[in-house]
Design a protein around this ligand. Structure first.
Ligand SMILES: [Zn+2]
Length: 569
């Protein structure tokens, strides 16, 4: 392909709207173009990469025996009412109405649609198992679209769904899908982790995320030397030592703590460690109020709290609501003397406190030596504290460390979540009607392009892995006015294309400096430079990843290029 006839609008400057390398480079290399917030066009160069990612995904999906389908983007809203997901999905579901005022949604994923297909067309155990997949544009009304195609409102995803007669059959497909995802990421030459994850709004019993490691990744992964990895949101803080200390026989003591509201301030004022204080956080869940207790040095894992009250709206109480409920100002809340209807939920770590320092629901006042079960009652214990670096590995006990990642794949064991709510089943061997056991498996295709760049760039631009590069080689005649150079460049283009290589010929009438910079920016692994060495009968083969240059006699060039091409493959 000739660059002079292509739409590859490279930019010299970093666009102001972009914050992270992949977003900056996708715009600068002319891969994508923004239409509006979180909505992008893929230009020719970007589309070539996207198609290569799709090709790898299709090949690996087909190897597992999954069958490709294509489902609609436009969904009647009723199907989300049927599954109950309209509540859990909330405002992120894109809604629109037709001219008859019937409500529709733009598909965020396709559990409902595929379950309807299975309900009608998989009637017997003999029809099972089946796994169907598609590669399709998806929609999510992100509150804060950012990082280009990483968190977009319109994006391309591969989603697969499997239907089974029993758990064992689901286990087999779940494993196969996980293996396929590993191969996809390995073919893209990326460093990654498979981590235990929360199922979130998709729901279900077990799920794993495939995280491409990247400094700018939005997801936090806790890992251990032993190989254990978990999403920070999913991680459970291990209780290392059981507290055997008996509480002091003394009574609960009221202490004056003027103008200290934060845990740090209270700890400093009382001369104790933050760990000895218990934070009380007040939330409104639906129409009732709850108090959540966590150790003073821990934060609440909001994801776990949301999952605990699945489908209900949760928010912090406002200062005036706190005053009304507890009688005290914000910053001095505690579990003693709360109205009867307020459930007190404690993190499991609270079970380790024989006595605690808590807010007294009164201005400038805390309690010391408060004892659960004596001074107040805890209604239930849950895992609600957010894990952090330095926490102990549940497998080996060593310290966990945090790495950032970009989630490119997520697989779920859904069980009967959708088949039950949508009443989809089959006749089993015993002649009884049963609900399908389901799995679902998502892979972010457009996001993967960005994830690849996050791991493969330098100050000059992108460095594409061999299998994803938009072209195999760029041929660069230094002077487009020099007919001899152009003739040789065109000869190489033809010859290499005939040998099956994808060639970009930079025949633009621009300064050599601009052309070199552009070729490094768009990151094609090999560059054949036809320049002043031509007088000596030589051309230069430049390797993008190492910046190494081989001078090669003209007649040996094709052979040498094919060698570099095949070795790297
Ligand atoms: Zn470990």
């Amino acid at each position: 392909m000739r660059w002079s006839e292509s739409c590859i609008p490279t930019l010299k400057e970093n666009p102001r709207e972009a914050e992270i390398p992949s977003h900056i480079l996708m715009l600068r290399a002319g891969l994508i173009k923004k239409l509006t917030s979180g909505v992008y066009s893929f230009l020719p160069l970007g589309l070539r990469v996207l198609r290569k990612v799709e090709k790898i995904i299709r090949e690996e999906m087909n190897k597992t025996g999954a069958q490709e389908v294509l489902m609609p983007i436009l969904h009647p809203i009723d199907i989300y009412k049927e599954s109950g997901r309209i509540a859990t999905f909330g405002p992120e579901l894109f809604k629109l109405s037709d001219s008859n005022e019937r409500l529709f949604a733009l598909g965020p994923t396709h559990e409902e649609v595929i379950t309807m297909i299975a309900r009608d067309d998989m009637r017997s155990y003999r029809d099972l198992p089946q796994c169907l997949y598609q590669v399709l544009t998806k929609f999510r009304d992100e509150i804060r679209p950012r990082y280009g195609v990483i968190r977009a409102r319109e994006f391309i995803m591969k989603d697969a769904y499997s239907f089974h007669a029993n758990e064992e059959s689901l286990d087999v497909t779940y494993r196969k899908m996980g293996d396929a995802y590993r191969r996809i990421i390995e073919r893209c030459e990326l460093d990654y982790r498979v981590v235990e994850a929360e199922s979130g709004y998709i729901g279900g019993n077990e799920s794993h995320e495939f995280m491409v490691l990247a400094d700018n990744g939005e997801d936090k992964i806790l890992s251990c030397e032993c190989g254990y990895s978990v999403n920070l949101e999913k991680a459970v803080v291990e209780i290392i030592e059981k507290n055997t200390k008996k509480p002091d026989a003394g009574e609960i003591i009221e202490v004056n703590t003027p103008d200290v509201t934060t845990v740090e301030e209270v700890a400093k004022f009382l001369g104790v460690d933050r760990k000895e204080i218990v934070k009380t956080l007040l939330y409104r869940v639906g129409k009732r109020d709850i108090a959540v207790l966590v150790p003073g040095d821990r934060e609440v894992n909001e994801t776990k709290l949301v999952n605990l009250y699945e489908g209900e709206e949760i928010r912090f109480l406002e200062a005036d609501e706190i005053k009304e409920l507890t009688g005290g100002p914000q910053g001095f809340s505690g579990p003693v003397g709360l109205p009867g209807g307020v459930k007190i939920i404690a993190d499991n770590l609270i079970g380790n406190f024989s006595e605690m320092i808590i807010g007294a629901n009164k201005a400038d006042t805390h309690f010391k030596s408060a004892v659960a079960g004596r001074d107040f009652e805890i209604d239930s214990f849950e895992n609600l504290a957010l894990a952090r670096e330095g926490d102990k590995c549940p497998q080996c006990g060593k310290s966990l460390f945090v790495t950032n990642g970009i989630e490119v794949g997520h697989i779920f064991k859904l069980g009967t979540k959708y088949s039950k709510s949508m009443n989809a089943g089959f006749l089993d061997t015993d002649g009884k009607s049963k609900h399908f056991i389901m799995g679902c498996y998502g892979f972010g295709v457009s996001r993967m392009v960005a994830a690849v760049i996050e791991q493969n760039y330098d100050k000059s631009g992108i460095i594409w892995p061999r299998e994803l590069s938009p072209f195999d080689i760029i041929i660069l005649p230094v002077n487009s006015q020099d007919s001899e150079m152009i003739k040789i460049a065109e000869r190489f283009t033809k010859e290499l294309e005939e040998k099956g290589m994808e060639v970009l010929l930079d025949d633009r009438d621009l300064s050599p400096g601009v052309k070199f910079k552009d070729s490094e920016l768009i990151g094609i692994p090999l560059r054949l430079t036809i320049g002043k060495k031509l007088k000596e009968g030589k051309v230069e083969l430049f390797h993008r990843s190492t910046f190494e240059v081989d001078e090669i006699p003209l007649e040996e060039a094709t052979g040498k290029i094919m060698e570099s091409f095949t070795i790297k493959r």
